[in-house]
Ligand binder design. Sequence first.
Ligand SMILES: Nc1ncnc2c1ncn2[C@@H]1O[C@H](COP(=O)(O)OP(=O)(O)OP(=O)(O)O)[C@@H](O)[C@H]1O
Ligand SMILES: [Mg+2]
Length: 572
Amino acid sequence: MLKKLFALSDQGERELKHGIVATTIGHLCIMAPISLLMLVTMGLLNRLCGETELTMQPGVIVLMAAVLLLLIFITQWVQYNLTYKVAYEESANRRITLAEKLRRLPLAFFGQRDLSDLTTTMMGDCSKLERIFSNAVPSLFGTVIMFVIVSVGLLIMDWRMGLCIVLPVPVATLILIAARKAQTKAESRNYDAHRAAYDGVQEYLDTIQELRSAGLEQEYLDGVEKKLDYVVKCAFRNELAPGTAVTLAQLTVRFGLVAVLLVGGLLVAQNMLSVNMFILYLLVAGRVYEPFGSCFMLMAELFSAFVSIERTKKMEATVEQTGQPVCKNNGYDIEFKDVSFSYNDELVLNGISFVAKQEQITALVGPSGSGKSTVSRLAARFWDADAGQVLLGGVDVTTVEPETLFKNYAIVFQDVTLFDDSVMENIRLGRAGATDEEVLAAARAAQCEEFVSRLPGGYYSNIGENGCALSGGERQRISIARAILKDAPVVILDEATASMDAENENLVQQALSVLLRGKTVLVIAHRMRTIANVDKVVVLEQGRVAETGTPEELLNQKGLFYRLAEAQTVHR
Ligand SMILES: Nc1ncnc2c1ncn2[C@@H]1O[C@H](COP(=O)(O)OP(=O)(O)OP(=O)(O)O)[C@@H](O)[C@H]1O
Ligand SMILES: [Mg+2]
């Protein structure tokens, strides 16, 4: 039950149970000195009443106190070790599981959830749960079990006095539970407000260039400021809801002591209760609520942690991309069989069928938004098709583990991503472990030499976050060098040379023609001259295949391809 409730691992659940047992014993041990106190008080009372005989030797009492002290120390130590060990190990496990999970998730997942949401789940929620498990859960269970045991004893000895001590606790708990709904609502709102503000700041930094050039910077900043103000408001409300409930609950349990005093005093006056018992209940009432002080606070924290647990569970429940660790493909033909695909319920590809043969260059052509990039992503299993099949050498790509499958692909994306590192390392990303000479050879083939020689540190120059120190064409050349270095049997080029001038494009095309020999090539290009010599053209229109054939055949057909080609000649 604990496992499911708190999204724990098997080991986590086992160790949490041990932690709870240790905490319960710990709390019970803290209650034990009451009996000792009772004995001493009785002795003193007897003395006051004129009895000379000692009920217990002082030496025995000191010895008992020492034994109790030792016992308290041991249980506290065990409890500390167990509960903190569980918390930190479980938190590390949870982060590793989430990271593993991320590796297996389809890219569609990252399109739906933005990055701040992911970081919050991975770092924020895990830290929160870490605190909860090291503190709240064992302490809560320990306190409740200790209280039940003590209550049974108290009720058996005298049910009237017992009730005075026991009753305030369920009442206080009810107050907390009643406030839970408001607390969860405030918690969710607080989380959303934080995320919106975080996204706002992030977006501002990402788009500062555009905002400044459009003269909208101040306007945008005003919007961000509003979001930040809202965060403060939400954070305050988020503290207020549990704060009020916890204070009320703590006040309620304090009534227990008052009730013992009143009811006990009344019963003693009517000779219905012995003074000894009255003192005993007074002592217990003074001590038994102590763990509840922090316990109620932890309970409120636990309620808020359920929001985090739900988020973690949701992420863990997302369908993974799995498959065999080997790919038994026969050759490297890529075949689309009646493939349909939608992003967020919006149909983008509708019954696409075509074959891109090995040793041939197949071009995907079509108006902007017709689905070319989407086809290239499905070919490499970045997403899984909703219907139909994508085959690599006769093997359905969904049966192969993405990591194994990716080894067969070298991809140059339309929007190149570079890392804040040197040119050398950015190219080496194509094939980890490639020697410097191999990297340099690939860089030269992709015409990087000319611009790299102008950088102050050459190939070892840092290119800034996402290559901000480079032009669009230069970034593309780095990306092409990566693909050349990887030398994979399937090459996908999505507008790979679109940002280059004609001279550079020609040189890169020459280098690519060597690389592409004998491979399966899918090329996407708007410029007709880039695809003049391809073996096959697949023309897409609104997510459907409109035409297929060689460039000459399609020009003669005078269909969409012809019109697209014509439009470009007219413009030129
Ligand atoms: N991550 C995404 N989430 C939602 N919709 C998307 C996403 N990526 C693309 N789309 C939509 O899918 C459709 C096809 O996009 P795709 O990028 O495949 O077009 P394209 O043919 O490559 O266009 P272009 O020539 O402009 O690159 C477009 O309508 C686009 O708005
Ligand atoms: Mg595209």
